[in-house]
Design a binder for this molecule. Structure first.
Ligand code: NDP
Length: 475
């Protein structure tokens, strides 16, 4: 059994089996569940270790993060295979995600040694003003299952780089990746207790982190429903919170778009990683002049996608993560049909050589933006095609959503592309590129119901993981 990491010790707990969504007869591993006591012990260990870590040299922080990044990059094939086996992304996607996690740690290693703070002259004579940054304290990190290496990396790395300690709670569906990452971190030279792993359920481990007054800040990624609960708990305790939640991302295709490019952008955005990306495009909004040609080409391409075992060489779309998500995908197929959308392809459970959660990529055509399949996050490989009269209507449909994470446009018109960049109500805008697929060295996050709190990733990550102090020195 793989155990939790508390104060530098590996601690046992109730064992839970984790199975491969491509083949549910394959047990990935058995992982200890932390209970309330173990989670509290992790918080205490993090609190004890944090003071010394806050004053550790930046060289020490750099070395630890650089070590973690190097090992992730060196072992990306092996860990990528574990990720694909556990979460169901294809092997190239799994390997790419582990590499990305490695680069994230290396980026934040450099952030640890980057000059911070500002000096200013005072408006009063004889005074120098210094603006410095200090660690926040113990950070509770709650992560989802869909990027089991990259999302923990982009929270843990900046937290440690800026002198905080961490209690990390991964999603129950992906303890294998979390444990592998924790094992590497445990050998990186961090003092015992600076990083702690508490695997287990959201209602036990997650809720304990939310309620404990020794946890100074919470960084959460997951669904909007859980996010609301996290925000309430943080507001109750008056601690900083960072929420990255759902999306209902639009991709607009204009009459003047390069048709093949637009179809490929839509295929990638809607279906890769089995549509289980917060940045996936689930609403494809197409202007009338190109609608019929785009629809026919998109449906042809969606039918060609090879769904199969995540580790098989020719697979393009892996399985859905678990039975619950598969039920949700199938339920939304019924909802779409019942509200009058026309299912042009896919939307069925597929039988393969292994017993897994395989589902054929689905395209609903002739939808409107009031339908539930166009308003609610499904988190599966299901796209709703929505016709629009012109660019203005397409933009208005794109923005008509409670979410605001990623928003894309395919056009050869610079005027429309620049107008869309300015008017899309989203934290990230993609021009002639898929809505998903982001760099690790620039800010990531959304607007409206998708995000709350400071941006993640890039240099802006430090705004959440540090407190600012302004000092006036009268010499
Ligand atoms: P959930 O909200 O179900 O879970 C997210 C995390 O919260 C998990 O670790 C979960 O634990 C935990 N959790 C559940 N209940 C509680 C609770 N009461 N208190 C504290 N923690 C709790 O999301 P999913 O894991 O299903 O992830 C999919 C969602 O994540 C989608 O909505 C997707 O859009 C979003 N997402 C957003 C991203 C963004 O950057 N905007 C990026 C990636 C995903 P457990 O699962 O173990 O119960």
């Amino acid at each position: 059994m793989k155990r939790n990491l508390v104060g530098g010790e590996w601690v046992a707990g109730d064992g839970h089996e984790n199975r491969n969504p491509s083949d549910i007869s394959d047990v990935v591993g058995i992982y200890a569940h932390a209970d309330v006591q173990t989670t509290e012990a992790a918080i205490v260990a993090a609190q004890r270790a944090q003071g010394d870590w806050a004053h550790a040299t930046v060289q020490r922080r750099f070395d630890a993060l650089d070590f973690i990044g190097s090992e992730l990059l060196r072992r990306k094939d092996e860990l990528g295979a574990l990720l694909s086996r556990e979460e169901g992304k294809t092997l190239p996607e799994g390997i790419a995600e582990v590499a990305r996690a490695g680069y994230i740690f290396k980026f934040h290693a450099h952030q640890a040694i980057a000059p911070q703070g500002e000096l200013a002259s005072s408006v009063r004579p004889g005074i120098q003003v210094e603006v410095t940054r200090e660690p926040v304290g113990v950070i509770g990190i709650i992560a989802p299952w869909n990027f089991p290496m990259a999302i923990p990396a982009w929270k843990i790395a900046p937290a440690l780089a800026h002198g905080n300690s961490v209690v990390f709670k991964p999603a129950e569906a992906v303890p294998g990746c979390a444990w592998a990452l924790a094992e590497i971190i445990s050998r990186s030279g961090l003092p015992a207790g600076v990083f702690n792993l508490a695997m287990g359920s959201g209602t036990v481990v997650g809720q304990t982190l939310l309620n404990d007054s020794r946890v100074s800040a919470i960084s959460f990624t997951g669904s909007a429903t859980t996010g609301r609960n996290v925000a309430r708990a943080a507001a109750h305790r008056m601690v900083p919170v960072q929420l990255e939640m759902g999306g209902k991302n639009p991709m607009v295709v204009l009459d003047d778009a390069d048709l093949e490019l637009a179809v490929e952008c839509a295929i990638q955005s809607a279906f890769y990683s089995t549509g289980q990306r917060c940045t996936a495009a689930s609403r494809i909004i197409v202007t009338r002049g190109v609608y019929a040609r785009f629809r026919d080409r998109l449906v042809d391409r969606a039918r060609e996608l090879r769904v199969g075992h995540a580790l098989a060489a020719d697979t393009q779309i892996g399985p859905v993560v678990d039975a619950r998500q598969l039920d949700q995908d199938l339920r939304y197929i019924d909802i779409g049909k019942s509200e009058g959308a026309s299912l042009a392809c896919g939307g069925e459970r597929l039988v393969k050589d292994t017993d897994g959660y395989f589902f054929s990529p689905a395209v609903f055509v002739d939808c409107n933006n009031r339908m539930r399949i166009a308003r609610e996050e499904i988190f599966g490989p299901i796209a709703a095609l929505i016709p629009a009269a012109d660019y203005e209507e397409a933009l208005s449909i794109a923005n008509d959503t409670p979410f605001g994470l990623s928003s894309g446009i395919c056009t050869t018109s610079l005027r429309h592309a620049k107008h869309f960049q300015r008017h899309a109500q989203a934290g990230m805008v993609m021009v002639n590129a898929p809505t998903a697929g982001v760099d690790y060295h620039v800010p990531f996050g959304g607007t409206k119901g998708s995000s709350l709190g400071g941006r993640e990733q890039g240099t802006l990550a430090k705004d959440f993981y540090t407190k600012v102090k302004t000092t006036y020195v009268c010499a």
